[in-house]
Design a protein around this ligand. Structure first.
Ligand SMILES: Cc1ncc(C[n+]2csc(CCOP(=O)(O)OP(=O)(O)O)c2C)c(N)n1
Length: 287
């Protein structure tokens, strides 16, 4: 499919020149085109932030919700219409900070969605406060003495909770990022792609050069089906490993597990329900 099918015309992009978000958008569009996913079959879901604006910048169906709340609607959209490709994409603050609880519980639930996290290790939209993934010592306007909190390790948390696909990419390598996104979308089950990206305006420490110097690709000896090996790699923080850390192919998805599809595979979105039966259901749940 031609990548231009995802192009939007007449929109103003709010990202700063040089922002890693541009590369993520471009890699995502190429992934979708190569996988032949039609824009009308794609739903992008996000919360609030600079990264969370991405769904507005490509042609598809969009649900842009509250800060930290991308994953519940993404899970629900996939559950009621399993034929759609659902991608939740937002920043590290949105997904791991305000949305941290949803992140952990979505991993446990295992809906067949892709979760792209634009990880710039800072709150970009609100002009440079520390995020859950900020490195210790990072000086910001409200952390003048430097960040003191232990950074959140999304990959280690996801692997511990037995996520079905866990990967990290760096947008300085757009081709590899595209390939990892393609693998994540093709994977059946919850797929996390944490993408390291510089925030050129508000994070002057974790620059393109810093990420290049502080990342290293997993080599051929890495076995992504070995959970302990994946966890050990995720716990490496001096040089951040890149690539597919963990995959679990045989895990049932949320949509497969819920009883509503056990005897009838008709998508919930295509079923008819009388208003009366909904009224009765609500009434039965209220005291
Ligand atoms: C409940 C709530 N808390 C805080 C905010 C303010 N806020 C909006 S976006 C944001 C952080 C955005 O950072 P991130 O998700 O990392 O995305 P980025 O802008 O860096 O791409 C914050 C704190 C909000 N809108 N709602």
């Amino acid at each position: 499919m031609d990548v231009s099918r995802f192009d939007m015309s007449g929109i103003e992009i709010a990202w700063c020149p040089g922002c890693g978000d541009f590369g993520i958008l471009s890699s995502l569009k190429k992934s979708l085109a190569e996988l032949d996913i039609a824009p009308e079959k794609l739903v992008m879901v996000s919360g609030i932030g600079q990264a969370a604006k991405m769904p507005h910048y490509l042609k598809c169906n969009v649900f842009n919700g509250l800060h930290g709340r991308a994953l519940p609607p993404a899970t629900a959209i996939k559950a009621v219409n399993p034929g759609l490709t659902v991608i939740a994409a937002s920043g590290d603050g949105d997904m791991y900070g305000e949305g941290g609880n949803h992140f952990m519980n979505t991993v446990r639930r295992n809906p067949d969605i892709t979760n792209i996290v634009h990880n710039n290790m800072i709150y970009g939209l609100t002009k440079g406060q520390a995020s859950p993934t900020s490195r210790p010592g990072l000086v910001t306007p409200i952390q003048p003495g430097g960040v003191v909190n232990e950074p959140f390790n999304p990959l280690a948390v996801a692997i511990s909770l037995d996520a079905s696909f866990v990967a990290r990419a760096f947008i300085g390598d757009a081709e590899e990022t595209k390939d990892i996104i393609k693998q994540a979308i093709s994977h059946k089950g919850y797929a996390l792609v944490d993408i390291l990206q510089p925030c050129v305006s508000f994070n002057k420490s974790n620059t393109y050069k810093w990420f290049k110097d502080n990342t290293v690709y997993l080599d051929d000896s890495h076995d992504p089906e070995n959970k302990i090996m994946a966890l050990e790699k995720a716990l490496e923080v001096d040089k951040l490993p890149l690539g597919v850390f963990y995959t679990k192919k045989s895990k049932a998805t949320f949509e497969e597990n819920i009883t509503i599809y056990k005897n009838d595979s008709t998508p919930v979105s295509k079923r008819t329900r009388s208003k009366e039966s909904i009224r009765k259901l609500i009434a039965s749940q209220t005291a």
